[in-house]
Design a protein around this ligand. Structure first.
Ligand SMILES: [Zn+2]
Ligand SMILES: [Zn+2]
Length: 201
């Protein structure tokens, strides 16, 4: 079993100030998180640096993903190690991620601001691999609507903190039935629906 925070930003996202060393030392002290996926907005350089530092000196697993900005809202991509074009229709970004061998999860679909797919998730049910139903930044109502959509569409549910500051890291996570050693393990578990969201506090 592994507990992973699937959605963490670093200072490489314009909206976050999280320094990588601070992030990794905070995480190393958390007992309820085995690893994180760094999902900066449209860039992967922060994730690469964090993965290198983590291997050198921290007791935490770091995997890299990306939160892609589409015309219709944010999408979390896992299992690809390159940036993607920004500002496409969600359906085209999803196709692109699949073509490169990754999986796609709708980020905070019902958060009531720019950047969320909203009811469009229902139209994309056949192509999405999962829905983020436990985003620590979302309201209770937004989380309930996301969970309902995932149940109705029979999609894998995940949780992530969407941390933009250190105090939020690890607040929402995903429990995997198997031990996660690589991003491929995460991709595989999402495809097989072998994980579930977990809210620690
Ligand atoms: Zn987002
Ligand atoms: Zn985010």
């Amino acid at each position: 079993m592994s507990i992973i925070d699937m959605h963490v930003h670093t200072k490489y996202s314009a909206c976050s100030h999280i320094e990588i060393h601070e992030l990794l030392s905070t995480l190393s002290a958390l007992l309820n998180v085995d690893g994180i996926v760094i999902t900066d907005h449209d860039v992967i350089n922060g994730a690469r640096i964090a993965q290198k530092y983590a291997k050198e000196k921290y007791d935490i697993k770091v995997f890299f993903g990306i939160e892609v900005t589409t015309l219709d809202g944010h999408l979390l991509a896992y299992g690809i190690d390159e940036t993607l074009p920004v500002g496409l229709r969600a359906i085209d970004t999803i196709k692109e991620i699949h073509k490169k061998g990754g999986v796609v999860v709708a980020s905070h679909p019902f958060r009531n601001v720019y950047g969320s797919l909203g009811d469009l998730v229902y139209n994309l049910g056949d192509v999405l691999d999962g829905i983020e139903v436990a985003n620590a930044m979302d309201s209770k109502k937004a989380k309930a609507k996301a969970r309902l959509a995932a149940q109705q569409l029979d999609l894998t549910m995940i949780g992530g903190s969407d941390a933009h500051s250190l105090k939020c890291v690890g607040r929402s996570t995903t429990i995997f039935e198997t031990t996660i050693e690589s991003i491929d393990d995460i991709v595989d578990a999402i495809r097989k629906n072998q994980c579930r969201p977990y809210v620690s506090f």
